[in-house]
Design a protein around this ligand. Structure first.
Ligand code: NAD
Length: 423
């Protein structure tokens, strides 16, 4: 099928490469010329496991190309995905300007198209957005009717950064919110050889599935962090507790790793948007809000433990291992490390830091940090472990002061070791 994907970020490029790898002809669109050039030369603009190889294969085979020419791409596609960013605004609502702009720009070539095509919103948008915001813009700009002259779907994406390609190609489920049956049927065809149940529903329900899923997962992390905090006070190892809890199929072992809190571009943004939407209709989400509070406090526990071991931080040299919000990615958006490093600098410490992938991105926020190799970081007066990169299990921690926010087993070899939620 001829597919066009508007927005070539973490989601858009992964989706483009994924559909191209299934033999579809995909055009990846972005406003950023540098991103487009990189993609066309077979280089992903960000790090993601196996993305570079697949990008090279699909561009070489002529199945994927990138462009800034949205009109041309839409004109030649039967399925048009919108995967642009929907960042948080100060009040917690999402910024829909890129989604609206994309809808406007899609509407113009849609006007001239003779054949039926489906516009699919894949960006995460609050319930009601596709129906109340996107469709009216498409109809206005194209002069055509949704559900008659063109189709509309909402198809939330559940991939995790760090495993984006594999998650996209092997989803647990495919959720298709359809404006009408014909729209959903065409999108289902594109997913035909994916081995996952396809769940069809209306547009708003599909939008809500994404928010409910992310709010649940974020709250689950805060739940185990809270249990971890109390376990530490009681001298109990929360990892033993979580392992035993995880055997219960109703609970599952996943997302039960207590630590320094969650980060990333999605959880905080999506949870915040759901909280705001609920507030707007007069229903405060007490449980979900409490989870956010726990998460905001959690990284600061690392500082409390650090001060317990080394005292006042003014003029001290502190190491930080891990800057990305999780292993496998160079993404630092909302990373707990941002909060911790910011606080270290504020309290007068100098910071040495290492991350296998995220140092360049972090440098843009904190140029004053000394970025160096992990051995040098470990020579600081004390080191905080903020991301569970596999390679941190290979380091020599003997003789160091370690505050561990991610349960790196090898780090326990040092005498002065303390875990955030365990001893
Ligand atoms: P991103 O910021 O990495 O990428 C967005 C891309 O869209 C950028 O490259 C930007 O240049 C481009 N863009 C912006 N306006 C454009 C326009 N008018 N035309 C063409 N390109 C345009 O964002 P992302 O992380 O890929 O997220 C995209 C959406 O998917 C968001 O709604 C996000 O919540 C959702 N989502 C993200 C993840 C994730 O793990 N990152 C997972 C699931 C869903």
């Amino acid at each position: 099928m001829e597919v066009c994907v508007i927005g070539s970020g973490y989601v858009g490029l992964t989706v483009s490469v994924g559909f191209a790898s299934k033999g579809n002809s995909v055009t990846s669109v972005d406003v950023d010329e540098e991103i487009v050039e990189k993609i066309n030369s077979g280089n992903a603009p960000f790090f993601e496991e196996s993305l570079d190889e697949m990008l090279e294969d699909t561009t070489d085979e002529g199945l994927l190309r990138a462009t800034t020419d949205l009109k041309d791409a839409v004109g030649n596609s039967s399925i048009i995905f919108v995967t642009v960013g929907t960042p948080s605004k100060e009040d917690g609502t999402i910024d829909l300007s890129s989604v609206k702009k994309s809808a406007e720009e899609i509407g113009q070539p849609l006007r001239k198209k003779d054949d039926y095509s489906v516009v699919v919103v894949k960006s995460t948008v609050v319930p009601g957005t596709t129906e109340e915001t996107v469709i009216p813009i498409l109809e206005e700009e194209s002069g055509k009717r949704a559900g008659e002259d063109f189709g509309v779907c909402m198809n939330p994406e559940f991939l995790r950064e760090g495993r984006a390609v594999s998650d996209f190609l092997n989803p647990d489920r495919i959720v298709i919110g359809e404006y009408d049956e014909q729209s959903g049927d065409l999108l289902s065809e594109l997913y035909e050889d994916f081995d996952a149940p396809v769940l069809k529903m209306d547009l708003s329900s599909a939008e809500m599935v994404k928010y409910a899923s992310n709010s649940f997962l974020a709250t689950k992390i805060s739940f185990i962090n809270e249990i971890g905090n109390i376990c530490k006070e009681l001298g109990i190892d929360v990892y033993d507790v979580a392992e035993a809890m995880g055997y219960d199929e109703r609970i599952s072992e996943r997302f039960l790793r207590a630590g320094a809190g969650y980060g990333g571009s999605c959880f905080r943004k999506d949870v915040g948007a759901l909280i705001k939407s609920a507030e707007d209709i007069g229903y405060p989400l007490k449980l979900i809000k409490a989870g956010v509070k726990v998460n905001e406090r959690q990284p600061l526990k690392m500082l409390d433990l650090l001060e317990k071991h080394v005292g006042d931080l003014q003029g001290r040299e502190i190491g930080v291992l891990g800057l990305s919000f999780k292993p496998g990615t160079d993404d630092i958006r909302n990373s707990p490390s941002l909060r911790v490093v910011g606080e270290l600098l504020k309290r007068g410490a100098s910071v040495k830091a290492y991350d296998p992938k995220a140092m360049e991105n972090f440098k843009e926020v904190y140029p004053e940090v000394d970025y160096c190799d992990p051995e040098e970081v470990l020579n600081s007066e004390a080191t905080l472990i903020m991301t569970d990169w596999g390679e941190f299990e290979e380091l020599d921690y003997r003789g160091k002061v370690i505050i561990d926010g991610r349960r790196i087993e090898k780090a326990k070899e040092t005498e002065t070791y303390e875990g955030i939620c365990w001893s």
